[in-house]
Ligand binder design. Structure first.
Ligand SMILES: Cc1cc2nc3c(=O)[nH]c(=O)nc-3n(C[C@H](O)[C@H](O)[C@H](O)COP(=O)(O)OP(=O)(O)OC[C@H]3O[C@@H](n4cnc5c(N)ncnc54)[C@H](O)[C@@H]3O)c2cc1C
Length: 372
């Protein structure tokens, strides 16, 4: 008997997989999603309540792509009737003359996205929570905000199901046989067939596809939370902020939201780990380091109350991987989101859907080839 052949099988139901499933199912495709844990789990990269969404990038192709990513998130809000996107504006701090800040401004200007240089006085008049020195570069960008991340993943999955997608949780994919006429996905004792297979397995990607020499490195990351619920730290009165320090260290913060509170963290610099053997207990010295920074920059915030561990899947240039398997055009891969991918989920879902259903996309994904 001929087994059922899905139009597309999506492996991994995190940020990217959930969005891909939604776009595919909305387009009328017969979709199966396979996720090794339960939806909304906390072992990958998309858990927690907040992720920054921003236009500002030092590479202008990201700023251009964000135009569609923003509009896709707005569409998701209107279709679901949920608020998922919270615009607060952002204060972006850097040592004076920092080349990163100058490139960011250039890519915003080139894309026609407004931003303003502020001095320390302008900053503290608008946001008295910050303490900065007079010689810092301060860039204000009004469209920055944050996404209600965990809810975005669940919403994409719920809507995908409403459009007919089947989602199998606690289904670990062991192997994909892409040499068959129809790519075959093996999970435990089961086999599934898909005309296209989309791999969105985050930190587990090179384990699932060992035949590809991916330039991927999985690292352990930590974030600190501050449960100071004063109005001054709520999204209506406190912006997203980022800071690039002299030594290249990049810190960021997101206003008070949800059960965890206000988040402050350092981007990157985590130790390399195996995703299934990662210590989930935050390090005391990391928390102390962030507390010292907060004491200097936002003295009224107080000390962190708790911290959390999450995984990055990094490429050497921090650019994504969006490409077909080198030996099988029916197997598509979206991985290596390098700690800045969540804001793009809405767009990556659409791109993966276009690639799966038509073999092409209107978006420029040339920076994201596996071999570059
Ligand atoms: C601390 C932290 C802060 C961040 N902050 C931001 C931010 O402010 N803004 C931003 O834009 N981005 C941010 N990011 C990055 C962003 O969250 C990630 O780029 C994004 O979530 C990656 O999504 P993903 O779908 O690739 O991975 P995941 O969400 O991890 O999804 C992969 C899924 O695949 C499943 N899977 C893996 N292997 C298998 C298998 N063999 N069989 C079945 N299922 C499998 C996993 O269980 C998982 O559910 C942050 C990341 C972290 C960790």
């Amino acid at each position: 008997m001929q087994s059922h052949i899905y139009d597309a099988i999506v492996i991994g139901a995190g940020g990217m997989g959930s969005a891909t499933a939604y776009h595919l199912a909305k387009s009328g495709a017969d979709v199966l999603v396979l996720e090794q844990f339960q939806r909304g789990h906390t072992f990958g990269s998309s858990h927690g309540e907040t992720r920054i969404i921003r236009f500002f990038y030092d590479k202008s192709f990201y700023t251009e792509l964000m135009k569609t990513a923003y509009s896709e998130w707005c569409d998701l809000e209107s279709v679901s009737g949920k608020q998922l996107l919270f615009i607060t504006g952002s204060v972006n701090l850097g040592e004076s003359g920092n080349p990163y800040m100058i490139s960011v401004r250039q890519s915003l200007d080139a894309a026609g996205v407004e931003s303003e240089w502020w001095d320390a006085k302008q900053l503290t008049e608008r946001f008295s929570q910050f303490r900065v020195s007079n010689d810092m570069d301060i860039l204000w960008q009004k469209d920055t905000g944050f996404l209600y991340a965990s809810e975005c993943v669940l919403t994409h999955l719920q809507l995908a199901e409403q459009h007919g997608a089947k989602i199998r949780e606690e289904t670990h994919v062991n192997h994909i046989d892409w040499e068959m006429d129809v790519p075959t996905v093996y999970a435990g004792d089961s086999e599934f067939y898909g005309r296209k297979v989309v791999v969105t397995t985050g930190a587990w990607t090179d384990i699932l596809l060992p035949e590809i020499d991916f330039p991927l490195k999985v690292t352990r990351q930590q974030v600190c939370y501050y449960q100071n619920a004063a109005p001054l730290f709520q999204p209506e009165q406190f912006p997203v902020f980022t800071e690039i320090r002299k030594d290249g260290e990049f810190l960021y913060g997101i206003p008070y939201f949800g059960k965890n509170g206000l988040k402050v963290a350092r981007h990157g610099k985590g130790k390399r780990v195996f995703p299934d053997r990662c210590n989930r207990e935050p390090d005391a010295d990391y928390v102390d380091r962030i507390d010292v920074y907060v004491q200097e920059r936002i003295p009224g915030l107080g000390k962190s109350t708790h911290a959390e561990v999450c995984l990055y899947t990094e490429t050497p240039d921090e650019d994504f991987i969006i490409d077909a398997h080198p030996n099988c055009p029916d197997l598509l891969i979206a991985a290596g989101f390098s700690g800045h991918g969540f804001k793009f989920c809405s767009l990556v879902g659409r791109i993966m859907c276009e690639l799966a259903l038509t073999g092409e996309t209107e978006f420029d994904i040339s920076p994201f080839r596996i071999k570059r």
